[in-house]
Design a protein around this ligand. Structure first.
Ligand SMILES: C[S@@+](CC[C@H](N)C(=O)[O-])C[C@H]1O[C@@H](n2cnc3c(N)ncnc32)[C@H](O)[C@@H]1O
Length: 267
C-alpha cells in the first residue's frame, strides 16, 4: 500500500477509509493507519513486555493490577462470567483477571496482530493458564463475537491505536450483556504542572532511544509516544464513552494522569 499522507481537508468524507486520522503526529487516512500500527506491533512483539517495563519503570504493572482489582472478577466460579480483553496483545490483563478469579473465569484475548497474540499464547501456556484464556485474531472495530455475550470488556493501552475509536466503543457496547462493565486503561493527560515537562523530556527523547537499543526500532516508539499526545483527554474520552451508550461513566487518574482508567456500564 502506498504511504501517502493527506490533510483533513484533502480527505474524502464519503468513504470511511478515506477519513483523516492520526498516526502519531502525522495525518493519514483511516484505512492506512491500521497497516502502520500493525507494522509497529509486528516489529516490537518479541520485546514488547520488556519495553513496557523499561518505558514505564514498571508502573504499567501497578496500573494493570489496579484495573483488574477495580474490575473485581468473581472468585467463586458459582456462575459463568465471560471476560473479553480487546487489543489484549501479550495477555497481561487476561492473565491478571484469571488469576484474580482464582482461575475460575474464562478470558478471551482479541487482538488484530498475530505476532502479539503468539507471544501471549506462549506466556499463558508457561503460566498454566491455557485452559482459561483463548486468543482470537480480530479487529476492535468489528468484533467477531455475538451481541450481549460478555460480562466485562477491557482494553488497556489499545484504544488509541484503533483508527475509528467511536466504532470500537460501539462494538464494546454491542458485545456486552446488560449490566456488563466497560473498562479502558489508557495513557492520558498529565495534570501536574512541573511533572509534565519532565514527562515530555522522558517521552520524546529517552523512550525512542531505549526503543532503538532494545527493539532496534526507535521510530516505533516515537509513534507510541506521539499517539499518546493525540489521544483525547480524560473528559473528552469520557464523553465519547457516553455517546457510545454507556452509563455511569467515571474515570480515575494514575500517577498524575500519565494513565487514566475509564469505566462505564451497559444498563
Ligand atoms: C500497546 S499494545 C497493548 C497490549 C496490551 N493490552 C497491554 O496492555 O500490554 C496495543 C495493542 O493494540 C492492538 N491493536 C491495534 N489496533 C487494533 C485493532 N483495530 N483491533 C484490535 N487490536 C488492535 C495491537 O496489535 C497491540 O497488541
Amino acid at each position: 500500500m502506498a504511504r501517502e499522507f493527506s490533510t483533513p481537508e484533502q480527505a474524502s468524507v464519503t468513504d470511511p477509509s478515506e477519513m483523516a486520522t492520526s498516526f502519531g503526529f502525522r495525518t493519514v487516512r483511516e484505512g492506512e493507519k491500521q497497516d502502520l500500527v500493525d507494522d509497529v506491533f509486528h516489529k516490537v512483539a518479541s520485546r514488547y513486555d520488556l519495553m513496557n517495563d523499561l518505558m514505564s519503570g514498571g508502573l504499567h504493572r501497578l496500573w494493570k493490577d489496579a484495573m483488574v482489582s477495580s474490575l473485581r472478577p468473581p472468585k467463586s466460579g458459582a456462575r459463568e462470567w465471560r471476560h473479553l480483553d480487546v487489543a489484549g496483545g501479550t495477555g497481561d490483563i487476561a492473565m491478571r483477571t484469571v488469576e484474580r478469579s482464582n482461575r475460575t473465569v474464562m478470558s478471551t484475548v482479541c487482538d488484530i496482530n498475530g505476532s502479539m497474540l503468539g507471544v501471549g499464547k506462549d506466556r499463558a501456556a508457561a503460566a498454566g493458564l491455557s485452559q482459561n484464556i483463548e486468543f482470537v485474531l480480530g479487529n476492535a472495530e468489528e468484533l467477531p463475537f455475538p451481541d450481549k455475550h460478555f460480562d466485562a470488556y477491557t482494553i488497556a493501552f489499545g484504544i488509541r491505536n484503533v483508527p475509528q475509536i467511536d466504532k470500537a466503543l460501539q462494538e464494546a457496547h454491542r458485545v456486552l450483556k446488560r449490566g456488563g462493565r466497560f473498562m479502558c486503561l489508557e495513557f492520558s493527560q498529565v495534570d501536574v504542572p512541573a511533572f509534565d515537562k519532565l514527562y515530555d523530556l522522558m517521552s520524546f527523547h529517552a523512550i525512542p532511544k531505549i526503543g532503538q537499543v532494545v527493539t532496534g526500532d526507535g521510530d516505533a516508539y516515537s509513534y507510541l509516544v506521539e499517539s499518546i499526545r493525540k489521544f483525547p483527554n480524560q473528559e473528552r474520552f469520557a464523553q465519547m464513552i457516553r455517546t457510545a451508550g454507556f452509563e455511569r461513566v467515571t474515570y480515575r487518574n494514575y500517577t498524575g494522569g500519565i494513565a487514566a482508567l475509564h469505566s462505564g456500564w451497559k444498563i
